[in-house]
Write a protein that binds this ligand. Structure first.
Ligand SMILES: Nc1ncnc2c1ncn2[C@@H]1O[C@H](COP(=O)(O)OP(=O)(O)O)[C@@H](O)[C@H]1O
Ligand SMILES: [Mg+2]
Length: 158
C-alpha cells in the first residue's frame, strides 16, 4: 500500500485491458506526476506503462528498463520517464541514479518497483499495486485525491 488513502480499485481481465487503463491515465496526467507501480514479476507493470505512454502520445516503443534502469520517452507536453528499480540494492544506489532530476513539471515518472524507495520520492506520488489472480489483475490505487485521479479511476470502473 502507498502512504496515502486508497482511492479506488480497478479490475483488469486481460493485458490489453490493463494497457487501456494505462492509456486512459496517460490522457489525464499532469506535469510532475510520479507513479509507483508495485506488484510481483509478471503482474503487468510494464504493460501498464506501455498503455500510459500511448495515452501520453509517446511514439517510441516502451520496453522494460531492466538494464538501463531509466528510459526517457519524449512526448508533448510531457516526457515520460520509465524506471525499473528491481535491481537496486540500497538507498545509496537509488540516490546515485539521480531520479530527483525528473521530479519536475515537464516530466511524468513511472517507477516499477518504486515502493521500496518511497522515502526518496515526492510526497504526492501515486501508487498502483497490481495484484494478479490468474488472468485477472486487481489494481489498488492510492495517493492524494486529485480530480485527474478520481476521474481516471471512475472511467476504468465503468
Ligand atoms: N490481466 C492482465 N493484465 C496484465 N498482464 C497480463 C494479464 N493477464 C496476463 N498478462 C500477462 O502478464 C505479463 C505481464 O508482463 P509485464 O507487463 O512485463 O509485467 P511486470 O512489468 O509487472 O513484470 C504479460 O505477459 C501479459 O501478457
Ligand atoms: Mg516490468
Amino acid at each position: 500500500m502507498g502512504r496515502h488513502a486508497l482511492l479506488g480499485e480497478i479490475v483488469s481481465r486481460s493485458a490489453k485491458e490493463l494497457a487501456n487503463h494505462g492509456a486512459e491515465l496517460g490522457k489525464l496526467v499532469t506535469g510532475g506526476m510520479v507513479i509507483v507501480l508495485a506488484g510481483p514479476l509478471g503482474a503487468g507493470k510494464t504493460t501498464f506503462v506501455q498503455g500510459l505512454a500511448r495515452g501520453m502520445g509517446v511514439n517510441t516503443p516502451v520496453t522494460s528498463p531492466t538494464f538501463a534502469l531509466i528510459h526517457l520517452h519524449e512526448a508533448c507536453p510531457f516526457t515520460l520517464v520509465h524506471c525499473d528499480l528491481y535491481r537496486l540494492q540500497s538507498e545509496e544506489e537509488f540516490e546515485q541514479l539521480g531520479l530527483w532530476e525528473y521530479f519536475a513539471p515537464r516530466y511524468v515518472v513511472a517507477i516499477e518497483w518504486g515502493q521500496a524507495f518511497l522515502a526518496g520520492l515526492p510526497e504526492n506520488c501515486v501508487q498502483i499495486d497490481i495484484l494478479p489472480s490468474g488472468e485477472q489483475r486487481l489494481l489498488r490505487v492510492s495517493g492524494e485525491n486529485t480530480t485527474a485521479l478520481e476521474k481516471w479511476v471512475r472511467s476504468c470502473q465503468s
